[in-house]
Design a protein around this ligand. Structure first.
Ligand code: FEO
Length: 174
């Protein structure tokens, strides 16, 4: 059985995962309108992953006798300055998610909720991967700078990366 404190904290995380999904979906849609199909595909997959993170939390809360609350949707930004700005935002956002997961882990320890603590380890590992990937992409974009040809190849590479990512995520779900 979850304590009220842990239930509230998990519901806050459900909200953050839902808003991450909306945020990345808005980025994907913007990228698609810019002809950046690889970037867009990568971000659509990323938005799906965040939705999966949210559902995993909802199901866990419900299984443990709480109630996973589906949050209201907030309007994310519609346009973005550049591809680099998009991925800098992704990285910043993922760092924020990592901090929130760490806070959650801390709450479970204080509440002596070792079951939830164990469940959250999946998210701890996931955040290491997500932050590393976002950082890698930002580094690539820094190298490319204003080179349009470089951006063309970057977009092509993102298609391949999103296919790998989609495959890995479906394996995680299985
Ligand atoms: Fe679910 Fe990217 O944090």
């Amino acid at each position: 059985m979850l304590s009220n404190k842990v239930t509230q904290a998990l519901n806050k995380q459900i909200e953050l995962e839902a808003s991450s999904s909306q945020y990345y979906l808005a980025m994907a849609s913007w990228a698609e309108t810019q002809g950046l199909n690889g970037v867009s595909q990568f971000l659509y997959v990323h938005a799906d992953e965040e939705r999966m993170h949210m559902i995993k939390l909802i199901k866990f809360v419900n299984e443990r006798g709480g109630h996973g609350v589906v949050p209201a949707l907030k309007q994310p930004p519609v346009t973005f300055k550049s591809v680099k700005a998009v991925f800098e935002e992704v990285l910043k956002h993922e760092v924020k998610v990592t901090n929130e997961i760490n806070n959650l882990v801390d709450i479970t320890l204080k509440e002596k909720d070792y079951t939830t603590h164990n469940f959250l380890q999946w998210y701890v590992s996931e955040q290491i991967e997500e932050e590393a990937l976002a950082r890698q992409i930002v580094d690539k974009l820094k190298l490319i700078g204003d080179d349009k040809g470089g951006l063309y190849f970057f977009d092509r590479d993102m298609t391949a990366l999103s296919n790998v990512n989609a495959k890995t995520e479906s394996e995680k779900k299985a």
